[in-house]
Design a protein around this ligand. Structure first.
Ligand SMILES: *Cc1c(COP(=O)(O)O)cnc(C)c1O
Length: 238
């Protein structure tokens, strides 16, 4: 149970309805937006409750927490890393994740490429390029102006499968909206240049998913809206 007394599965159902409603308002097909439940800080029991109603993929922002949960939840659950990935954690992350939404440097791309080449040479990792649309220095991601060059450089990595862009928006709703529009603009430029691809726009969190959907989001990353308050998950305590 979450703190407001609702079960996680009931909250998930309510959030799915809100996402579908936002799609209808934006005259979009609800199946064009996936919900990525962000389970960071939340315990396995809550994740299991979502698995029981059919959720099979979860987002985590720390490699260690993702790895421990993956070990406990076992096969049938997939993991997306949405937090900054340090080079020294690449091997541990690659052992678990099947999608990375926070690719933010060519250096990281190189280390990922090498890890795949040596440990899983027949596979490719789906990646999204993280963009810092808010300009806040504390946020990860590339400056919007660097995205075109960066993505051209990615083409040389045979084990990376770039599928789109991701952003964590400015907390201020008006600025968030500007950031979402910027993302849609970058996506258009990438498609114009490459003729295809770049289908994914991962943008929108619990507080701003409606406007993100209006601006073309294809993946909303929802933590507190599904799990209620931030949890206190600690691998050492459970
Ligand atoms: C925690 C987190 C989320 C989910 O945020 P909520 O506001 O709890 O929905 C989404 N994206 C990233 C990158 C996060 O770290």
């Amino acid at each position: 149970m979450s703190e407001d007394g609702l079960s996680v599965s009931l909250r998930y159902a309510a959030v799915s309805e809100a996402v579908a409603e936002a799609c209808r308002e934006a005259e979009r097909d609800p199946s064009s937006v996936r919900i990525l439940p962000v389970s960071k800080t939340h315990p396995e029991e809550m994740i299991r409750e979502l698995v029981a109603i059919g959720c099979t993929r979860f987002g985590e922002n720390r490699v260690q927490e993702m790895a421990v949960k993956a070990g406990r939840l076992g096969a049938g659950v997939s993991w997306t890393l949405i937090g900054h990935l340090q080079r020294n954690k690449v091997a541990a992350a690659c052992a678990v994740m099947s999608e990375l939404q926070s690719l933010d440097s060519l250096e990281l791309a190189r280390v990922l490429e090498h890890e795949y080449e040596t440990t899983r040479p027949d596979q490719r990792l789906p990646v999204l390029v993280e963009v810092n649309t808010s300009g806040e220095p504390t946020k990860n991601g590339l400056a919007p102006g660097a995205v075109m060059d960066f993505t051209r450089g990615l083409a040389t990595f045979s084990h990376l499968d770039p599928r789109g862009l991701m952003t964590v928006a400015d907390p201020d709703p008006a600025r968030a909206d500007v950031g979402f529009a910027m993302m849609a603009g970058l996506q258009r430029q990438l498609r114009d240049r490459d003729g295809q691809g770049w289908d994914e726009l991962s943008m929108g969190m619990s507080g701003d998913f409606r406007s993100a959907i209006a601006q073309g989001s294809t993946c909303v990353r929802l933590g507190t809206a599904i799990f209620s308050q931030r949890g206190t998950w600690d691998p050492g305590l459970r």
